[in-house]
Ligand binder design. Structure first.
Ligand code: HSE
Length: 320
């Protein structure tokens, strides 16, 4: 049976997702909700819906995928979906990071499930790796580059001597930056992603001892050039650490030498270094922003949903 999927948003990520879903077996698009219908006249008639509620409240739709920029709307749809017992797949890191406890309550109340792989590190399967691969192994520290726009800006400043403003404009043109790019350059987008990593490690809403955020606005072209002369790079690095069940987050521009795995992570690439208690550091690297990479992470969540559903059916069959 093909699972019916409702999609909210048809921006850069939404369009890439529709494209990728067309090549995936087992799922069928039930409808695509868009805010401004005049902008989406080319949306096929069979997918048009009047309201998001037509998807969220549709008994036949088991999964809602959301890729929009409005956190408040996203939160409202998430709560309704989870309370309806459905799966809600979100790429909205701010929405999830700001509302962890409320979303967890909605999951518990309705039996729905929130999945957010696409919200952290673009295409990199960081959440699944922490949830599945490190299920039994304590992870004390995760560190990495989690914002494609900042990494892109710092790379262009280093390699092409572009000013901060010019590099930011390029990042915006390429669709990496948030609608309000201050979220990227001041480090808050990275902070939201770091909070989601802590939430995943803790398997519940975590307690934080400290969250320190410094973005890249203070990094001058001269700083970047001087680092280059010393064969170093400046990167916005996030560190999530756990001590006695409590978490700390530290985000700051950091000087990186050639001996650091993060040295080779340039442009919009992201990388996450997971230090398991027994595994030692493991590095995951990949595209951190952009339509198709983000949609690929959403597809990963869909397959996760499919696997959990198959396991549940198996369990039910065994019980009969
Ligand atoms: N603005 C974000 C970034 C998009 O630049 O990384 C992906 O989360």
């Amino acid at each position: 049976m093909r699972q019916k999927v409702g999609i909210i948003g048809r921006g850069v990520v939404g369009k890439a997702l529709i494209d990728q879903l067309g090549q995936l077996n087992g799922f069928e698009i039930a409808g695509v909700a868009v805010k401004n219908r005049a902008k989406h006249k080319d949306l096929p008639r069979k997918w048009r819906v009047d309201r998001v509620e037509d998807l969220v409240e549709n008994e036949e739709v088991a999964i809602i995928i959301e890729a929009i920029n409005n956190s408040q709307d996203s939160f409202d749809y998430a709560v309704k979906t989870l309370e309806n017992g459905k799966t809600y797949i979100s790429a909205s890191k701010k929405m999830v990071a700001d509302n962890l406890a409320a979303l967890q309550r909605a999951e518990e109340k309705g039996g729905g499930k929130l999945l957010f792989e696409a919200a952290v590190g673009g295409a990199i399967p960081i959440i699944r790796t922490l949830n599945e691969h490190f299920r039994a192994e304590p992870v004390k520290k995760v560190r990495g580059i989690l914002n494609g726009s900042c990494n892109y800006i710092l790379t262009r400043m280093r390699e092409d001597r572009l000013s901060f403003e010019m590099a930011l404009k390029e990042a915006q043109k390429k669709g990496f930056a948030e609608t309000d790019p201050t979220t990227d350059v001041e480090g808050f987008d990275t902070m939201h992603k770091a909070i989601l990593i802590a939430y995943t490690l803790n398997r519940s809403t975590p307690e934080f001892t400290r969250i320190k955020v410094e973005g890249i606005r203070s990094v001058s072209l001269q700083d970047v050039r001087e680092a280059k002369k010393r064969n170093e790079k400046i990167k916005l690095v996030a560190t999530v650490q756990e001590v006695k069940g409590k978490y700390s987050i530290d985000i700051r521009p950091t000087i990186i030498g050639t001996d650091d795995e993060l040295f080779a992570v340039d442009n919009e690439l992201n990388a996450v270094e997971i230090s398991g208690a027994y595994s030692g550091p493991i590095l995951l690297k990949g595209a951190g922003a952009g339509g198709h990479p983000t949609a690929s992470a959403i597809i990963g969540d869909l397959l996760n949903f499919q696997n959990r559903r198959a396991a549940l059916f198996q369990k039910l069959l065994m019980a009969i």
